[in-house]
Every structure is written in structure tokens, then in C-alpha cells.
Design a protein around this ligand. Structure first.
Ligand SMILES: [Ca+2]
Ligand SMILES: [Ca+2]
Length: 454
């Protein structure tokens, strides 16, 4: 009996339901003031361990002009509960606090890139510290305290300082891509005790007016990476500038541009770093023709950062903006594709990739449990070892990064995807267990190994 027939026979005794197999959506984050979902809740997200941070840059405002706010959720067992809603102590309309967020340990940094010129600079980044509330063992009474308001040393109108932020230990980096007619710059701050001080200003070695250096920033250890979105005669392109700290100096050690990629491939200004793995979004464009998203992984070689892998969806779709948002933690990479059309135009998706140290493979395609056209799920992404956080401007979803064991009901779903000739049907990427864009006998064999019973 062929495997296909075997599956078909089992199916007769099963009800077709469930999609538990793969990465499970375990929570949808909902703010206590849910009526405020119009506040851009989900525009930015960040996760670290038991804490999830969500930016809502239009809070207490309208259109693009809100004070903004930052929500903090804490994991309690399998639930995620709101612990705090953070506002700037000197909040003012149009600040857009929460347009960018980052968390590391007990500190959160949130950008407010429209903070008014009259109050210390066009753009700021607020640092919040978790206080144990007097009982270190009990997180229930913890509070988040505004610890610092970071601004550029010589702020100028239009800097949009804080459009991008990243934190690692005692160091924060914030981008100001609007600086000097959008030439752009970034600033590094360091904490000593409870005081944050400016440490360095970063500029790209070859940036020009309009390049928007600082569009995205990321930090890991002694390495900061700042992306730019170039304006060149051939259209927009991007680069990733790598800086390394030596003493108190930050020195540019590499400038990764599309020139390192094959013809027709380009970098996007989305960057994320973890250890010595740098992830940069990208795309393939062969004019005229559709644009396919891609994402590149670089590792530091002897004297430059070298491409280790190019990540693309198993079943690529054009114009899905795959790679416009990226996140990495260890061996997990999460990539947003907010214009994916799986449930109507721009419903959006996110892809989870994993590495065994040398090879990368797509392990799942994540979608919301309640997708709708124009949702733009995947607008914001953040991952750590255990969880993947995916947001759109009106919601945030939490997924496990480890796959759930398959059950007999998953077998029914597998059957729906098992076309016989291997053709990849829409929504069946989760069953392409040995990723090659086909759901065939090899995937069936793999699936049966993970079958854990009903
Ligand atoms: Ca406490
Ligand atoms: Ca396969």
C-alpha cells in the first residue's frame, strides 16, 4: 500500500481539524485599555525571556501625531499578562513614543523620534528600568521606572533621533536618519550605575545627503551595526555599516553593500545581530519583473563580514516584503513579510528559520489565527530562543519557536497538503519538513517520525 493510500485510510476514522502541528500561536497580546487598539499597538515589538514589549506610537493622538506609549507584558505560565503601560514623564502630542522598542534584561529603551525641538531635541529615546518593588523574588509587585531620557548631543530639527533603538547590557544605540538632510547618524550611550552618558557618534564612511544612515540599528557585545537606505540614481538600495568598540572608540570595520551580492540582488535597511551572526534583509529585482524578498546572513571572517547564507521562503511569493523586518537570537531568525497575500491582500506573514551551525532552513511560516486583508501581520518581529513575537499596527501574537509534536488530527491536515506529485499547495509550507518546496514522501516519512498520538 502506498503511503498516500495509508493516510487516506486513516482519514476515514478522523475528523479533519486542527493545525497544532508546527509553531503554535500561544497568545494574542491584548492591552488592558483595549479600546485603545487604535493607538498603533504592535507597530514595534521586542521580547526577552518572560517579557514582551509593544510600542503604540499613536497613543493619545490621531493619525501620525500621538504621544505614544509602551506596553509591557510578562509571561505567567502559558499566559502573557500586561504588567505596565509606560508613558514619557514629559509626554507631548506627536512624540510617537514606541515607534521603536528594545529590551535586554531589566531595561527597556523606546524611541520617541518626534519629540519637539523646543524640549531638547527633535527626537529622544526613553530608558525604563524594572524595579523589584521591594520583593526581589516576587515579580508581581515590580514596576517600571523612567530612568533616562536620551537625546542627541547637538539636536537639530528633523533628526528623528530614536527612529531606531537597540540595547545590549550597558550600551544603547539610537539612530537619527533625518540628520543633515537625511544623511543620518547614530549615537552610542553607556550606563554607569544609574546614569547614561553619551559615548560616541557614528557616521558612515561614505554616506551622502538622503542616505538615511540610522534607519535601523542593532547591537551585540562590542559590535554595532547601522543600516542606511541610499538614494542613488538607480533607485533605493541599502548598506550595513559595522562598528566595533576598541576602548572607548567605535571604529567602522566593514561596510556591507549590495556590491557583494550577485547582480540583481539588493540589501534592505533592516538589520539584526546576535553573536557573530548578522542578518540583513534584501530583495531580488530584475527589471522589469516582480520583486522577491530575501534575507542574508553574514559572519565575520578574517578581515570582512562574509555571506554565510541567503534565506528565502520555501514557496516564494513576489511583492510580499519578505525581509523588510528581521530579528535574530542565537540560531533562530524571524523574518516579516507584511505584504504576503495568503488571506487577502497584505494580510501578512512571518517566517521562522533555524540553523544547525552551518546550514539554515525554514522551519515554519507563521500567520495570525484571525487574519484579514490589509492586516500587515509581520510589520514588527522579535524572537528569542523560546518565543516569536509578530505584530501588526493593531495586534501582537506570541508563538512558540519549538514545534509541537504532530497529532493524528494533524495527519488530516497533512493529507490535504499531500498532493501526490509533491506540488506545494497554498498554506502547506508547515508540512515541507525537508524543505525543498515540495510536500512528498520524504516529508511524509519525517512527519510520521514526529507523530505523537492524539
Ligand atoms: Ca518584586
Ligand atoms: Ca519537502
Amino acid at each position: 500500500m502506498s503511503p498516500r493510500l495509508t493516510i487516506a485510510c486513516i482519514l476515514f476514522s478522523l475528523s479533519v481539524s486542527g493545525d497544532a502541528f508546527g509553531r503554535t500561536e500561544i497568545a494574542k497580546l491584548v492591552p488592558n485599555d483595549i479600546e485603545n487598539l487604535q493607538n498603533g499597538f504592535g507597530w514595534s515589538v521586542a521580547i526577552d525571556g518572560d517579557y514582551a514589549v509593544v510600542g503604540a506610537p499613536v497613543d493619545n493622538g490621531f493619525d501620525w501625531g500621538g504621544e505614544g506609549a509602551v506596553y509591557v507584558f510578562r509571561r505567567v505560565g502559558t499566559n502573557w499578562v500586561q504588567q505596565a503601560k509606560l508613558k514619557a514623564s514629559d509626554a507631548s502630542v506627536v512624540d510617537q513614543l514606541g515607534l521603536s522598542v528594545a529590551i535586554d534584561g531589566d531595561r527597556i529603551v523606546a524611541g520617541a523620534p518626534r519629540v519637539a525641538f523646543s524640549r531638547g531635541g527633535f527626537g529622544a529615546a526613553y530608558v525604563f528600568r524594572r524595579d523589584d518593588g521591594g520583593t526581589p523574588d516576587d515579580p508581581e509587585d515590580d514596576t517600571w521606572i523612567e530612568e533616562a531620557k536620551l537625546t542627541a548631543p547637538a539636536p537639530e530639527l528633523g533628526d528623528i533621533f530614536g527612529l531606531s533603538v537597540s540595547i545590549c547590557g550597558d550600551v544603547i544605540v539610537a539612530g537619527k536618519p533625518g540628520y543633515e538632510y537625511s544623511r543620518g547618524a547614530a549615537h552610542v550611550f553607556r550606563r554607569t550605575g544609574l546614569t547614561w552618558s553619551h559615548e560616541a557618534a557614528l557616521v558612515g564612511s561614505d554616506t551622502h545627503i538622503g542616505d538615511k544612515f540610522g534607519k535601523s540599528v542593532t547591537i551585540s557585545g562590542d559590535v554595532v551595526v547601522v543600516s542606511a537606505k541610499f538614494q542613488n540614481p538607480l533607485g533605493a538600495d541599502a548598506g550595513a555599516y559595522v562598528f566595533r568598540r576598541t576602548g572607548t572608540d567605535w571604529v567602522q570595520e566593514d561596510n556591507i553593500t549590495s556590491a557583494r551580492l550577485p547582480s540583481g540582488e539588493f540589501l534592505a535597511p533592516s538589520v539584526a545581530i546576535s553573536g557573530d551572526a548578522l542578518v540583513v534583509g534584501g530583495y531580488q529585482r530584475h527589471d522589469p519583473g516582480p520583486v522577491f524578498g530575501s534575507t542574508y546572513v553574514f559572519r565575520r571572517g578574517a578581515d570582512a563580514w562574509c555571506q554565510q547564507a541567503k534565506l528565502t521562503p520555501v514557496a516564494p511569493r513576489p511583492w510580499d516584503e519578505f525581509g523588510s523586518r528581521v530579528s535574530i537570537d542565537g540560531t533562530s531568525v524571524l523574518i516579516g513579510a507584511p505584504s504576503d497575500d495568503h488571506a487577502g491582500p497584505h494580510s501578512g506573514s512571518a517566517y521562522l528559520f533555524s540553523s544547525d551551525g552551518t546550514r539554515w532552513r525554514q522551519v515554519d511560516k507563521l500567520t495570525a489565527s484571525d487574519p484579514y486583508p490589509g492586516m500587515r501581520f509581520g510589520t514588527s518581529v522579535s524572537t528569542d530562543a523560546q518565543h516569536a513575537l509578530v505584530g501588526n499596527p493593531a495586534g501582537v501574537y506570541v508563538f512558540t519557536t519549538e514545534g509541537a509534536p504532530a497529532t493524528l488530527s494533524d495527519l488530516a491536515a497533512f493529507q490535504n497538503c499531500f498532493s501526490g506529485d509533491g506540488t506545494m499547495l497554498a498554506g502547506c509550507e508547515v508540512f515541507d519538513l525537508i524543505p525543498d518546496g515540495r510536500v512528498d514522501l520524504r516529508d511524509y516519512s519525517q512527519f510520521m517520525q514526529t507523530l505523537g498520538g492524539p
